[in-house]
Design a binder for this molecule. Structure first.
Ligand code: ITT
Length: 204
């Protein structure tokens, strides 16, 4: 079954499509739907509200089963910031680099024990009639002292996983896609999608 992945972020699309892909699911990008809504305003107060908005708008417009991921990084020392503002932490024209620099600056001289952080990924699954389900995945680690590694995207170079002894940007992409917040959330989303497909077949 073809499903739409409602994201304009190519890095997220690459990870999501790799995690979701199997013989039953073909992920389609928004590039296949030129009339799908652009610049969906992320004005929710939670990851879940934003994920639902991104999934519903695209599902209504395309009529396809749609998944949307709203994700970000919560830093304990900053009381959960940047959180839902992760993409634009350093301002309206933020880049991955400027976000990372801002975060490292805010944590300058903060000792290791207080640099705990977690990635959150909330996934909303919707069809043309509304939300089908909402699932979430988390991954805990800490913010390193400087950027390391060239893989991944976003905050990956400064997100250190003590269990793996590496930043997310130093991981082989296949490993990140097995263990990350996104991997956990989309493993749950995959079950929801497969049940949805089975339910549809029974009705037909
Ligand atoms: P869409 O809304 O179009 O999906 P976006 O990039 O704006 O694209 P979000 O609002 O969900 O998506 O913001 C997610 C931000 O959180 C992303 O831009 C990164 O800065 C950060 N982020 C999320 N997952 C990440 C990951 O696996 N590694 C590093 N940074 C991540």
């Amino acid at each position: 079954m073809e499903i739409v992945v409602s994201t304009r972020n190519k890095d997220k699309f690459r990870e999501i499509s790799r995690i979701l892909k199997d013989h039953r699911i073909s992920p389609l990008s928004l590039e296949n739907f030129p009339r799908a809504p652009k610049n969906i305003k992320e004005d929710g107060k939670t990851f879940s509200e934003n994920a639902c908005k991104k999934a519903l708008k695209v599902a209504y417009s395309t009529k396809y089963l749609t998944v949307a991921d709203d994700s970000g990084l919560e830093v304990e020392f900053l009381n959960g910031a940047p959180g839902i503002f992760s993409a634009r932490f350093a301002g309206k024209d933020a880049t991955y680099n400027s976000n990372n620099e801002k975060l490292l600056k805010l944590l300058k001289d903060v000792p290791d024990a207080k640099r705990r952080a977690k990635f959150i990924c909330c996934v909303a699954i919707a069809d043309k009639d509304g939300i089908v389900d909402i699932v979430e995945g988390k991954y805990s680690g800490c913010i390193g002292l400087k950027a390391k590694g060239t893989r991944g995207f976003g905050y990956d170079p400064i997100f250190y996983c003590p269990r793996l002894g590496k930043t997310f940007a130093q991981l082989n992409p296949d490993l990140k896609n097995k263990v990350s917040h996104r991997a956990k959330a989309f493993a749950k989303a995959k079950k929801v999608i497969i049940n949805y497909i089975k339910g549809k077949k029974i009705k037909e």
